[in-house]
Design a protein around this ligand. Sequence first.
Ligand code: ZN
Length: 402
Amino acid sequence: MTEHAELWAALAEELPAALALRRLLHTSPDLSGDESATRDAVLSALPAGLPLTKVAETGAVVRVGGPGPAVGVRGELDALAVTEATGVEWSSRAPGVMHACGHDAHLAALVATARAVHRMGGPRALLLVLQPREETYPSGAQDIVESGVLEAERCEAMIGAHVQPVLAPGVVACVPGGVNASADEFEITVHGESGHAAYPHLTRDPVLALSHTVVALQSVVSRSIDPMAPAVVGVSSLRAGEAANVVPGVATARGTIRALSTATRELLHQRVTEVAESVARAHGCEARVTLVKGEPVLENDPRLVARVSGLLRAHGLEVSETLRSVRGRLLLLRRADAVGHAVREDPDRLLPAQRPVPPQRRRRGPPRPRHALRLPRRLRRPVNQHRRSPADVDTRRSVASM
Ligand SMILES: [Zn+2]
């Protein structure tokens, strides 16, 4: 048996314990920033005596497999503020909190991997990165990187796997380059001069200026960005005035900017600012633009993807090469969709090392409870009934370089 085959077999032996740990973690979810209990439960399931560094307040980094260069594997500690309605025996006991994003499965898989490598040895040492605050910004990942622990531990590659309900069991999305879009927000405040709405010539109307700005912003992606570069600029919030007969002095818009490359992201920031300032000036007003940077583009390293893809295929998993999270608004829909799916259906079958379930077995089990999460009507359908193209599918952190 090759080294990898031995590890694969050792991992399979860990599955029953991983399933039990997943269910245990599922019963006691913690919200972002409050994950100490989950971290400690994971640590106590690991082999005793492993070198451990606590980091980012409620996180930890654990070394498995001796000194030297290491491969980091990330597992997220936090759950979501949603109410579970799966009806399973191991349902969440924390009111309004649920591991609906699959982080309990990630952690159980991480522990199984660590135990298998600890027992069998591996081609490289592993760094288990127990990351807090994945669901909020700034994320715990940023704190872990800034702490310097990864350099100190000689982490040379980082892998983050995430369950994805829109993929069939046994299929792994693993693509090089940009996978998840950067997610930034902007606020445009247009200052004019207020006055009576019956005397518009005596005012400088920020509402009209901002209305033109919203329309003009739609030309940023269509005329400033390469059609081959995915990008989104969207205004989602408008605020101005109180009375129907008063021109207000200020109008405000807020929106989102998404891009799949750093160059596109920077160009979008520049063009949104230029358009807002110029259009306001054309209407005798002044615009101030505030940009709030969120998560950067998630770029998968091509060499790591090539290596991982080969190993996945060698062990009988199907590798999808076309799935990406590209479209900002669709990303939100898919996330809501995925959450709705998880709230209704227990994801035990999504444990990474689990063999694909034959199609005729997938629909068995107790009837699904009705939805407890109040999703929009269009989302109250099984996930596989949504129209989608491969490019629509959110592959959040399927294989992630942090
Ligand atoms: Zn997640």
